[in-house]
Design a protein. Structure first.
Ligand SMILES: Cc1cc2nc3c(=O)[nH]c(=O)nc-3n(C[C@H](O)[C@H](O)[C@H](O)COP(=O)(O)OP(=O)(O)OC[C@H]3O[C@@H](n4cnc5c(N)ncnc54)[C@H](O)[C@@H]3O)c2cc1C
Ligand code: SF4
Ligand code: SF4
Ligand code: FES
Lengths: 852, 125
């Protein structure tokens, strides 16, 4: 309908509600130039301008209201939108076409309702104040935070999506969290019984208590806690505060009172063109009911806002066709996903189930009666299956021969859907309704940068859930068109790290500026190329990284030769080669830690990490450590970290070689070597492998006849076993191979590529690597060794170097115009040591101080 | 308010000395206290358009930690930027806006070198 909707100049458009959807509508209108045709007035009941409700919980994780805002402060004024914040619309006077507010009346030609919804609180006797909190707005969260002060336990009524999120928030406020659910399982809307059971097991593991099948009949004063909740089955639970999350109800009172049609289950009735029963009044977002359904997610609300904006501008627009209510989220750190017909309600639907009760992982795949298509799914514990399943469901892609493989654990050949298997109509980003076809259009129009693609289509800028898929599709489409996927380091260098390494070596370049002038573009550099080049220069020439020309290149950790932690303080790790330390040095270390009140922890690399030092304290701390005979441990650098060892033949009854002795030789040889990523070693005294050498970049294991060498293992996010590289080596050969191996890696790896990934990417694999290192097939052996020797000869403890030079020490000041430390850094005691105060604990200070 | 802005502006700004040129670190940052506010100062002595000095808020809005002064200065897509050292998001030095997250923003101050003194402008009543 309504192709004749072209607005006449200077009509007045009033939007009630400045939530996510109302705001999106304004944004869409301004993009379409609506302000030339309409006077736009926005009324928002909340004090704050529209903010990101989806990420509301991050308010307890340290984000403030300003950083959650949906737009910059001056956005509305800049575009000439009249914004009335903190002003509720009290009544719609359809006769006179005016809205009535506390500020007076405002006439409208067209009116948009975007009033969202409100939390439903069941009528329970005694619910009031701190026993009747809700979780919807910033003000609600402030109220919860205030109530949590001094409280020990909190109860959430309602075990749905939002309830569990609220439970997490209570936990983060330091409360013992309980969830009380009326239904026999958690998330009854999205999950089936087995999924609910898996989720409950996971959540209880995290310390949240779950009470199912409980209806609250009344709330009375408690004995041990402030309140007691009496349940209809005679049980009871005491608590200091109660948050209701028992569902939401559309905010339809305005419409109702103005005589607009309201749906039986709530919501202002709209047709497929967002029109209410009054042709000049529209409704979008959570306050609208379409065919009896209210859509409680932001994506459908955005769709409505976008289409309504087009319609109001008289542009071609899409009618509403309903929305996919599939969701994926992380609740309390647990993956939960629900797609389409999760309950297999479709007559004749069949299900596949995978239930791992040991790990509380559950997956259910619901297929159409003829078994050809995915129509729904439930995931608990692992959402890595979500993207693929959603694409199958949304695009009606034909199931593989063995549908169960779609939900079986990886490694059993689950056919992940490649980007090319998706049809052009496949939705990539549902928040901003971007299809694969739209991505292709951008690529065809010459877009070769992911950032530009996001800016042009907005894909990935809503909930962010589609980012990985978007990148995959984008890169696939680029390569499909023969566009080489850009491997440039950054906008300043059209070279890979390997190429830059070659240039630096061959041309003997020793500074960033020289490299940028001769081989780069633009000026200054950026935080990608500066540290990468800094590392290359150090690998090649090993000048002190404290040199004035190198300082601005480094990440903060390298600049200040310590590891920055989450509150801006640093941790300090002196080298303890091979994990061997004399009692005197241990005492000295303890004395320093005690003097500066540093949190002390043994690391996985057999050394000691001292946390909580402020910038201006680092030189003093290091002065004392160096006096006690320590040197820097390079824990801050992409460089050799540690050589872990067992005691070997010196003490161990099984040992066949002196593993500590070898560890010391290796650590002292390679300390200070800068590399594309960190490097770890391990040396074990026999095959029992107590030093876990096979999980290291370089692993050495003693044999009766010498040493076995393993390479390219690592722990971390994606563990990989090191591969046996050579056997029964004598000391000299072992060292020669390691020299060559490390230098070859330094020379050919990508930026931030560990040896494992580098090795997997080597064409020719392990055999090729053996050929280069052992058989010297590239005739590089001597060169690699001499390059290593140069690095070794130039080694100098960076901290000793810095302490000699007052000019360099100038940088180690928290403030250049004040002696004090950072007043915002606050600590509390825990288990007799200091630790940083978390943002959400600010209200705990008094408690913590009491405990001191 | 508006009609007086011209003269008011001149009167309402005062230049406050924070430190000296010798305190700055070329192509990198240092931090100074301005009453209770932490100001990160970035100095680019050899920028193509002439020597540059910027004063931005030291507090990283994402982490809440006072670390911006310890980030890396860069030039991205035509803007001089500072990368936060904790989560690596970029802020434009000119106006403090964030490249990746429009909702994050750093406060900025007008700043100048007068002789060897580093001065920022603050509004006075
Ligand atoms: C904690 C939480 C987590 C969520 N997580 C997700 C998620 O992961 N994914 C997802 O898709 N969705 C999520 N949602 C839901 C999502 O936030 C909503 O779908 C979305 O905010 C709806 O937008 P809206 O503009 O329709 O309503 P709202 O954002 O509620 O905005 C309505 C606004 O209108 C104002 N208003 C109401 N009446 C009046 C009046 N008479 N006069 C003036 N102003 C009025 C209200 O004060 C409110 O500010 C979550 C919600 C919450 C609370
Ligand atoms: S690896 Fe062998 S030598 Fe080393 S501690 Fe274990 S058993 Fe003993
Ligand atoms: S695993 Fe590593 S990165 Fe993760 S919290 Fe621990 S120390 Fe930090
Ligand atoms: S799906 Fe939410 S940002 Fe793309």
């Amino acid at each position: 309908m309504n192709s004749n909707m072209t607005p006449i100049n200077n009509q007045t458009l009033v939007i009630i509600g400045n939530g996510m959807v109302g705001h999106h509508c304004v944004e869409q209108l301004t993009e379409r130039g609506a302000l030339a045709h309409y006077q736009v007035h926005v009324f928002g009941e909340e004090r704050q301008r529209a903010y990101d409700r989806v990420h509301l919980s991050e308010y307890f994780g340290g984000r403030d209201a300003e950083s959650l805002a949906m737009c910059e402060a001056g956005f509305y004024e800049q575009h000439g939108v009249h914004m009335h914040l903190g002003v509720a619309v009290l009544e719609i006077d359809r006769e006179r076409k005016e809205v009535v507010t506390s500020e007076g009346r405002q006439a409208y030609d067209r009116l948009v309702l975007a009033t969202g919804s409100y939390p439903f609180v069941p009528p329970i006797a005694g619910a009031d104040g701190n026993s009747r909190l809700v979780y919807r707005t910033l003000d609600d969260l402030d109220a919860i935070r205030a109530a949590a002060k001094g409280a020990r336990r909190g109860v959430i009524v309602g075990g749905g999506l939002l309830g569990l999120e609220a439970a997490n928030a209570l936990k983060s406020l330091g409360l013992e969290a309980h969830v009380v659910e009326f239904a026999p399982r958690l998330m009854p809307v999205q999950l089936d019984p087995d999924g609910g059971a898996a989720l409950k097991a996971r959540i209880e593991e995290l310390g949240v208590r779950v009470h199912l099948n409980r209806a609250t009949s009344e709330i009375v004063a408690g004995e041990e806690y402030a309140y007691r909740m009496n349940f209809s089955d005679g049980e009871s639970l005491e608590t200091d505060l109660i948050v209701f999350s028992a569902g939401i109800r559309p905010q339809d009172a305005l419409g109702h009172n103005a005589g607009l049609n309201v749906a039986e289950r709530g919501g202002v009735v709209i047709d497929s063109d967002y029109q209410t029963s009054d042709p000049d009044i529209f409704a979008i977002g959570e306050c609208a009911s379409w065919k009896g359904n209210v859509f409680g997610l932001v994506a459908p609300g955005y769709t409505m806002a976008r289409n309504l904006a087009s319609l109001l501008m008289g542009e071609p627009h899409e009618s509403f066709i309903g929305a996919d209510m599939s969701t994926k989220l992380k609740l309390l750190g647990v993956d939960v996903g629900s797609i389409g017909d999760a309950h297999a309600a479709t007559p004749g639907a069949k299900s596949y189930r995978f239930n791992d009760e040991v790990n509380s992982s559950y997956r259910r795949l619901v297929v159409s009666p003829d078994g050809s298509q995915v129509i729904g799914a439930v995931l608990v514990g692992d959402n890595s299956f979500y993207d693929t399943l959603l694409q199958y469901a949304q695009n009606g892609i034909k199931l593989p021969a063995d549908p169960a493989s779609l939900i079986l654990p990886a490694g059993e050949g689950a056919p992940a859907l490649g980007a090319d298997a998706l049809p052009d109509t496949a939705t990539i980003c549902s928040c901003h309704n971007v299809s694969k076809g739209a991505v292709c259009c951008q690529v065809d129009a010459g877009c070769v940068d992911l950032g530009d693609l996001k800016a042009a289509t907005k894909a990935g800028t809503g909930c962010g859930g589609c980012s990985a898929l978007l990148k995959q599709v984008f890169e696939h489409e680029l390569s499909a068109r023969g566009v080489e996927v850009d491997k440039s380091l950054c906008e300043h260098f059209a070279h890979t790290r390997q190429e830059l390494y070659g240039i630096v070596r061959v041309e003997g370049i020793i500074s960033f500026d020289e490299l940028l002038t001769k081989h780069g573009y633009g000026q200054i550099g950026c935080d990608i190329c500066k540290p990468a080049v800094g590392s290359i220069l150090a690998s090649c020439w090993n000048q002190p990284i404290t040199a004035p020309s190198l300082v601005p290149l480094q990440d903060t950790n390298d600049t200040f030769m310590a590891n920055m932690q989450n509150n801006g303080t640093y941790s300090v790790v002196p080298r303890i080669a091979g994990g061997e330390i004399t009692p005197d040095k241990l005492i000295a270390l303890g004395a320093v830690a005690k003097k500066y009140d540093l949190y002390t922890k043994i690391t996985g690399g057999q050394r000691i990490d001292l946390f909580g030092a402020e910038l201006h304290q680092l030189p003093d701390i290091w002065g004392e450590l160096i006096d006690a005979g320590f040197e820097t441990g390079h824990a801050y650098g992409k460089s050799l970290r540690t050589v872990k060892s067992c005691v070997g033949s010196t003490w161990c009854r099984y040992g066949v070689q002196d593993s500590v002795g070898m560890a010391l030789v290796l650590e002292n040889r390679y300390k200070g070597l800068r590399s594309p990523h960190k490097i770890k070693f391990g040396v074990s005294g026999c095959t029992r492998e107590c030093a876990e050498a096979q999980s290291k970049d370089v692993g050495v294991i003693a044999t009766e006849n010498g040493w076995n060498l393993y390479v390219a293992g690592n722990g971390g996010m994606r563990p990989r076993h090191a591969e046996l590289f050579a056997t029964d080596l004598d000391d000299q050969t072992l060292i020669r191979y390691i020299d060559r191996f490390l230098m070859f890696y330094v020379r050919t790896a990508d930026r931030l590529q560990r040896t494992s990934v580098w090795r997997e990417g080597l064409e020719g694999g392990l055999d090729y690597l053996k050929d280069v290192i052992i058989n010297d097939s590239l005739a590089l052996g001597a060169e690699l060794e001499s390059q290593m020797q140069l690095v070794i000869d130039r080694y100098e403890c960076e901290w000793a170097n810095a302490l000699k030079d007052p000019e360099k020490l100038k940088r180690f000041r928290t403030f250049v115009n004040d002696e004090r430390g950072d007043p915002d850094i606050k600590f509390v005691k825990e288990r007799e040591q200091r630790r940083p105060l978390q943002a959400h604990e600010l209200n705990l200070i008094p408690l913590a101080e009491e405990a001191l | 308010m508006i009609e007086h802005s011209q003269s008011a502006e001149q009167q309402s700004v005062a230049w406050r000395v924070l430190c000296t040129r010798q305190d700055l670190v070329a192509n990198s940052g240092v931090v100074a206290l301005l009453d209770n506010t932490q100001v990160a100062l970035f100095h680019l002595p050899q920028y193509s358009e002439g020597e540059q000095l910027f004063a931005v808020e030291n507090r990283d809005p994402k982490s809440g930690a006072n670390v911006i002064g310890r980030g890396i200065v860069g030039y991205i897509k035509g803007d001089l930027v500072i990368a936060s050292p904790l989560y690596k998001q970029h802020f434009r030095l000119v106006d403090g806006s964030c490249v990746e997250y429009p909702e994050q923003r750093l406060r900025v101050w007008p700043v100048r070198l007068s002789d060897d003194r580093v001065e920022v402008a603050i509004a006075t009543e």
